[in-house]
Design a protein around this ligand. Structure first.
Ligand SMILES: *Cc1c(COP(=O)(O)O)cnc(C)c1O
Length: 368
């Protein structure tokens, strides 16, 4: 079976052992070293490491000091953490439809959704390509809104030469399968020194000096062990991204022209981080998306469906006082994607022959 993801952190062992030998396990110099590396990677002044991508999003929204009823506009086509984080920070969720080009917040739909209580735009850089920051960042600026980027999947992506996470408050995930991993972890990036300080306080129970509480905080700290897992990956990230890029380019060349299949586009001015390689299986294809997934599984190729339903379309959110009463029909572009999107393996551990196999089996399954 060709797996959908392979985690390879063997080169982190020496640094992890250093931490074990040191006996200092809680947030300390390793975390600081990881943060410095991450800030350099995103080209931001500050990086604040936390214990998950979800915590990064919660802390980012909390740091903006919203009032009850204030709204965050985000994508309905995302992982549930985006919505759970908004709710966890006490804010109200609003959704705007996505663009079929990049699967992320559509700037026009977003502008039309802005209301008197809107405080934050939270685009999700889905699959590793940024949203249209050339329109969304100025939109936030013009309307006096904060921009919080859910860049969980977009470590290494950029838009017109600037890295994801450097346009607004950047929120990254270091979960086991993300482009850089610490097992569990997250990072918030910002150029705003005051905001960075607030984030550091929120992360550590609101304490700057022991037992002096400056604000009601939480424990979002990253451990030294987790930071040690991540550090070596920052040094080889460019290489890992190049392997992903190479695999994506080969897949797109090989799959081009397959009837009913749309391969993912890297849009002009953007650098895709290829966290996922996601094709669209259109209504004219010989098989539905789910049939193709089942067929590929039979042929030894793992695939994944991100995401089979819109994020609000689950019982637990129905009637929630801070989630709008919307239906998939309100977001026709996103709703179509839930039926058509299928992610194929693109990870750095794929061999050239694995890529050939994926191309051959997809083409054959779809009658090309
Ligand atoms: C992974 C992910 C998150 C959450 O990150 P965790 O580290 O799992 O908490 C948030 N948003 C998106 C889009 C993600 O893919």
């Amino acid at each position: 079976m060709i797996p959908i993801t392979v985690v390879d952190v063997r080169d982190s062992a020496p640094l992890v052992v250093d931490v074990l030998r040191s006996g200092s396990l809680a947030q300390g110099p390793m975390v600081a070293r990881f943060e410095a590396g991450f800030a350099a990677l995103t080209g931001t002044a500050h990086a604040v490491a936390v214990n998950s991508g979800t915590s990064a999003l919660v802390a980012a929204v909390q740091a903006l000091d919203l009032r009850p009823g204030d709204e965050v506009i985000t994508s309905p086509f995302t992982f549930v953490a985006t919505v759970n984080a908004i709710l966890g920070a006490g804010a109200t969720v609003r959704f705007a439809d996505v663009s079929r080009e990049d699967f992320a917040l559509d700037p026009d739909a977003t502008a039309a959704t802005i209301g008197p209580r809107t405080r934050v735009l939270m685009p999700v850089h889905l699959y590793g390509q940024t949203a249209d920051l050339g329109k969304l960042a100025p939109l936030a600026e013009e309307r006096g809104l904060h921009l919080v980027e859910d860049a969980a999947q977009a470590i290494g992506a950029s838009f017109q030469g600037r890295r994801a996470g450097s346009f607004g408050v950047g929120c990254f995930s270091l979960y086991a399968t993300k482009n850089v991993t610490t097992g569990e972890g997250g990072v918030i990036t910002t150029d705003d020194a005051e905001l960075a300080l607030r984030l550091r306080l929120l992360r550590n129970q609101g304490m700057r000096t022991p037992y002096e509480y400056e604000l009601p905080g939480n424990n979002y700290r990253m451990s030294e062990l987790h930071a040690a897992i991540g550090i070596p990956q920052l040094a080889r990230l460019d290489h890992l991204l190049a392997l992903r890029r190479h695999n994506a380019a080969r897949l797109s060349a090989g799959l081009a022209g397959t009837p009913g299949l749309t391969v993912p586009a890297e849009l002009p001015g953007r650098v895709h981080a290829w966290h996922h390689y996601t094709v669209l299986v259109g209504p004219n294809a010989m098989l539905s998306r789910d049939e193709l997934a089942a067929e590929l599984a039979e042929r030894g190729i793992a695939t994944a469906t991100y995401y089979p339903r819109l994020v609000f379309d689950h019982e637990c959110f129905r009637g929630h006082p801070r989630v709008p009463a919307v239906t998939p029909a309100d977001f026709p572009v996103a709703a179509a994607l839930t039926d058509q999107a299928l992610s194929l393996p693109v990870h750095p551990a794929l061999t050239e022959s694995d890529v050939d196999t994926i191309i051959g089996e997809v083409r054959e399954a779809l009658g090309a």
